[in-house]
Structure formats: C-alpha cells, structure tokens
Design a protein around this ligand. Structure first.
Ligand code: ATP
Length: 245
C-alpha cells in the first residue's frame, strides 16, 4: 500500500484562475483533511465548478497551486483515485445500464473478472441490479441519477467530487442519495460537494462560503450560523452572498 505522508487530501495555496478578463478564482487557500465531508457553498458563478475542475486536473490554474493527495495538479497519477459527478448525466442513451458502467470501468483500466465483480457490487449498492439490462433511454430520471453514480464509483475512488448532486431530484431520491454519500464517507471516501442548496450543505461537516472567486469563510454549519447570527444556513448564506459580511 502507498504510504501517505501528507495530512491533507487537498491543499491549495493562493490558487487563482482567470479566463481572459474574468477572475473565476482569486487567491484561494484551502486545506481539506482526508475523510472529510466538505461543502463548497456559493451563488451561481462563484467559482465552485472551476475549483473542482482544477482539483480534478481538468484545468490548469493561472496562479498558485493545488495539490491533491500530495501531488500538484494536474497529475495523471491522481486520476484513478478521483471520481467526479458533474451536474449533467454522462450516460449513453442507447446502451444498457450495465454496458454504461462497464464502459467507465474499462476507461479506468479495470478488466476481466475483477471488473465484472466491481460492476456487480456497484449495481447492487445503487439498487440497479434488477434493471441492469434496461436501455438507458427507457429508464426514469431517478434511475439515470443512480446509474450516473454507478459509473462514477465503479473504480472505487478515494476522493469524490459531487457537483450539485441532488438538484432536480425528488425528496425521496435526495434522501436516498445522501444516505449513500454518508455510507461512502463512513467507508473513508473524502467527499467534496458543490452546492447552493441549503439542504445539501447541512449534510456536510464543514463548509466554505465562496463568492466572486474568493473563499469568504469556512466552518461547520453550526459555526457559520453562529458567526452570522442567523438561525439557518439559508439566511447565513444570503448575508454572505449579498456582501453583508
Ligand atoms: N471556460 C470558461 N471560459 C470563460 N469563463 C468561464 C469559464 N468557466 C467558467 N467561467 C466563468 O468563471 C466564473 C465562475 O464560474 P463557475 O462555473 O466556476 O461558477 P459556479 O460557482 O460553479 O457557478 P454555478 O453554481 O452556476 O455552476 C463565471 O463568471 C463563469 O462565467
């Protein structure tokens, strides 16, 4: 097993990202320990997705540094340890659920019997075993969401990014997905959740408020409420979003 020497799974220092005249991230310092369930909370355009894309190694920052598992991103060696569920489903509509999951497993280098075992396990966990041979274009929205999860998780990532994971999802499935995220977190998977839905933020142990590419404050949901003298996260978030702090 690879020996870990660093304390933080994510360590960003003065991280900046400019797109022409737009500053999407501005001098962000961020340290997240292994095993954390961490929320990035901010309004539309705050810079959350840009931060996640840099941490996944999909974008190269224009300033500062972002280390993941002790390696400065982008570093291909991190790819096998990262899972990223984007806001959009990345499923092939004319393949079955199992074929979709197998495609992703193959991308991550899994093969043969071991691959099929991982697929069986993840289809079981996401309760899709019975429908694994259904063509994706024929399944419900909730099932699509679970199939996307199965694709993202089949290679058993240690670090999982969830970009607004339960937006547009009914309350029952939201509850089910969060149960599953907590299960993964208890198994040692580090979760980074980007959201502007307060329900989701309340599920995280720690949160960072992000606005205009800057990290304004960080703390547990209770600490952020106390700091803003608000009795709910929604009100605390509004205070920050409007520049009230
Ligand atoms: N590839 C790009 N080219 C130009 N501008 C970009 C690009 N990607 C992001 N931006 C800009 O950077 C800023 C931050 O965008 P980002 O998508 O990171 O925000 P966000 O917090 O994820 O928003 P949302 O909650 O709406 O997804 C925005 O002003 C956005 O328009």
């Amino acid at each position: 097993m690879e020996k870990r020497t660093e304390e933080y799974i994510i360590d960003c220092s003065a991280l900046s990202m400019r797109f022409g005249k737009i500053t999407a991230l501005d001098n962000v310092d961020l340290k997240i320990p292994y095993g954390e369930n961490y929320g990035l909370l901010g309004p539309n355009g705050a810079g959350k997705t840009t931060l996640i894309r840099i941490l996944c190694g999909l974008l190269k920052p224009t300033g500062g540094s972002a280390s993941v598992m002790g390696r400065r991103q982008p570093d291909r060696r991190n790819n096998l340890s990262i899972g990223y569920m984007t806001q959009m489903d990345a499923l092939y509509s004319d393949l079955t659920i199992r074929e979709n999951v197998r495609f992703f497993a193959s991308l991550y280098g899994q093969q043969g019997h071991e691959r099929e075992k991982c697929i069986d396990d993840i289809l079981d966990i996401t309760r899709l075993s019975d429908r694994q041979n259904s063509i994706v274009s024929t399944i419900s929205g909730g099932m699509r969401k679970r199939a996307s999860m199965a694709c993202v998780l089949v290679h058993r990532p240690k670090l999982l990014f969830l970009d607004e994971p339960t937006v547009g999802v009914d309350p029952q499935l939201r509850c089910e997905l969060w149960k599953y995220f907590h299960y993964l977190n208890n198994e040692g998977v580090t979760l980074i959740v980007s959201t502007h839905v307060m329900d989701e933020a309340e599920h995280c142990n720690r949160l960072a408020f992000i606005r205009d590419g800057r990290k304004l404050i960080e703390g547990s949901p209770a600490e952020l409420k106390e700091y803003t003298s608000c009795d709910n996260l929604e009100a605390a978030f509004m205070k920050f979003s409007e520049g009230g702090q």
